[in-house]
Ligand binder design. Structure first.
Ligand code: ATP
Ligand code: MG
Length: 312
């Protein structure tokens, strides 16, 4: 991106777990503080019914953990490329289109970035995974188009994209003195991307770097899968998993992490399956297993699995 655009352009890394916004300030790439001086905003929204407001990021997780009545939604990025994007859910008795949920979060990112940089960004480069959707170029394009549409809707006049691993390569490239072939491994919340790229100080300022991407690929395995294994093999056994004679009907794998999109997005008793809904009592005896816990109890237990909140 040309330096003369510095005042109007920002780069957004909308992540499954965490999001960041960077800009040229005016000629030095800088990450903007988005929450309490921190450069990341966890990609989480909490609709607090008691206080009648919505909160984002760490504050969202905090209110959720404190036990407020409400609804937590995370892994919003998984909406992109999913059929859910054209459907809606219910928040406080009202229909909330998932597309609008996505817009709410990205708009919040923009507003925070605008405030931190003391200007209104009108151009954006959005990071995108190598694949939003595997083996389905049409759905993949649709995911990118959705993100572009959201960006335009919240006020960005100029919208472009950069592959997430390439964005990481640019950063490394700024510090090298000769051409190198580099393997970029980007392990995210839901996906891991691998890219072999050609980097050099001479090519660093070129706008189009497509020819320097020599190979790339991605798999849908990320930090969330690690959390799941840790939960199943490290934590759950301490609470009786595989040791109780009378285990309830719940499926531990289904509650070991945030499951696929439709569950990740709907951490509300009505949206969880019959098993997870009874989670707080899952580790008691079967005679208590069917009792429905209070809303806040359910949320607290699920919140124990909330990961991806960087400490930086
Ligand atoms: N400070 C941290 N401590 C421990 N684990 C972390 C920390 N930050 C991130 N992680 C782990 O790394 C994973 C990836 O985090 P990251 O913020 O890079 O994901 P993301 O960019 O939001 O995801 P994606 O690129 O898939 O959209 C998280 O899901 C979490 O498991
Ligand atoms: Mg990422």
């Amino acid at each position: 991106m040309a330096v003369h655009n510095a005042a109007r352009a920002c780069g957004i890394d909308f992540g499954t777990s965490n999001s960041t916004v960077g800009w040229l300030c005016p000629d030095r790439p800088t990450l903007l503080p988005l929450e309490d001086g921190k450069i990341t905003l966890p990609s989480v929204v909490f609709f607090n019914y008691e206080e009648d407001h919505s909160v984002f990021g760490r504050h969202a997780l905090q209110e959720y953990i404190e036990g407020y009545e409400g609804r937590l939604m995370r892994s919003l990025k998984s909406l992109l490329g999913s059929s859910l994007i054209d459907s809606q859910t219910e928040v406080q008795g009202k229909a909330l289109p998932f597309r609008h949920l996505l817009t709410l979060f990205i708009q919040e990112l923009k507003q925070r970035a605008d405030r931190a940089a003391n200007r209104s960004f009108s151009e954006v480069v959005l990071g995108r995974p190598v694949f939003f959707v595997d083996d389905n170029p049409k759905a993949d394009q649709l995911a990118e188009d959705t993100l572009a549409e959201v960006a335009r809707q919240i006020g960005f006049k100029d919208v472009s994209f950069q592959y997430e691993p390439i964005a990481a390569a640019f950063d490394y490239e700024s510090g090298i003195e000769r051409e190198e072939l580099v393997l970029i491994v980007d392990i995210g919340g839901g996906t891991s991307d691998f890219s072999l790229v050609r980097l050099s100080p001479q090519r660093h300022m070129l706008d189009q770097r497509h020819d320097d991407i020599l190979a790339n690929g991605g798999v849908h395995i990320g930090g969330t899968d690690f959390d799941k294994q840790l939960s199943l093999h490290g934590v759950m056994p301490l609470f009786g998993f595989k040791s109780c004679a009378t285990m309830p009907r719940c499926r531990p794998a289904s509650i070991s992490t945030w499951p696929p999109a439709h569950h990740q997005l709907c951490l509300h008793p009505q949206s969880l399956d019959g098993t997870a809904r009874h989670l707080p009592r899952c580790y008691r005896t079967e005679s208590h297993g069917s009792a429905v816990q209070t809303d806040s109890g359910t949320r607290r237990t699920l919140a124990g699995h909330a990961g991806g909140d960087r400490q930086d």
